[in-house]
Design a protein around this ligand. Structure first.
Ligand code: HPA
Length: 247
């Protein structure tokens, strides 16, 4: 089953049909929201709102362990994660969608592994390539086919938040090779890998990162961009479901 984790701007997926709400108990506590299981182009899909619905849970307070464990426990084998981010590199302008191929984790203090919890052994996963390349490539091909403008790679800097960065922090991230910055890609991607789930991220730039534009970064301005971008992202997810159905 395909899992979709929606971030800021994607707290519900009304296009799903025959929806059922599943509240899953996990050894790690409660998930961010009930999981909505429904169908999209004849594919069963499990949707989870990362920040809750309504959007109230801060990035550092998301129970990533519970979310990933719960999706796995109901039979999810692949996850498409949707993340709103700030743009650092030139081509990552506001409104641009990309499929990151790498990340750098700057978060701290999050429960970031299943190792030595709830009966799990010590896990040293290979995380050389944090995103599942086959899933990423399939999404890219579908985006090209449908003439969606999607960048084929990006290095995602994952910051702790919930505050936005300083201009100097963004300067440093740029020097360290980061193209986009967000707060929620980790530990989600690593936990998914620990449970051997396929995992890819669709990132939407909702603002230029701190110090890169003269405008104040406000949630209102971000919301406008999210609205248009999510439309395209939902198109891509629907195309992926159609692709699964045609296999
Ligand atoms: N920084 C970090 N996270 C974000 C940003 C940003 O500029 N925009 C959206 N999520």
């Amino acid at each position: 089953m395909l899992g979709i984790i929606g971030g800021s701007g994607l707290t519900a997926f009304p296009e799903l049909k025959d929806k059922q709400e599943r509240v899953i108990q996990t050894p790690y506590g409660a998930t961010s929201s009930a999981i909505i299981v429904g169908s999209l182009h004849d594919q069963t899909v499990a949707f989870l709102a990362r920040h809750g619905n309504p959007h109230v849970i801060a990035p550092h307070s998301v129970n990533y362990q519970a979310n990933i464990w719960a999706l796995h426990s109901i039979g999810v084998t692949a996850i498409i994660a949707v993340n709103a981010v700030g743009g650092i590199s030139k081509q990552q302008d506001t409104g641009v969608i990309s499929l990151p191929h790498q990340l750098i984790d700057y978060t701290w203090g999050r429960r970031h592994s299943f190792s030595n919890t709830a009966g799990f052994p010590l896990l040293h996963i290979d995380f050389t390539h944090p995103y599942t390349e086959t899933l990423r490539q399939t999404l890219l091909q579908l985006a090209y086919r449908d003439q969606l403008y999607v960048l084929d790679s990006a290095v995602y800097a994952v910051t702790q938040g919930p505050r936005l960065e300083t201009a100097a922090e963004i300067h440093r991230l740029a020097n360290e090779g980061c193209d986009i910055v967000g707060m929620t890609a980790m530990p989600e991607a690593a936990l998914a890998r620990e449970l051997a789930l396929d995992y890819a991220c669709i990132a939407l730039v909702v603002n230029k990162a701190a110090g890169l534009s003269d405008e104040l970064i406000t949630f209102n301005a971000m919301e406008k961009v999210m609205h248009d971008g999510m439309h395209q992202i939902k198109h891509l997810i629907a195309a992926y479901c159609k692709h699964l159905a045609s296999r």
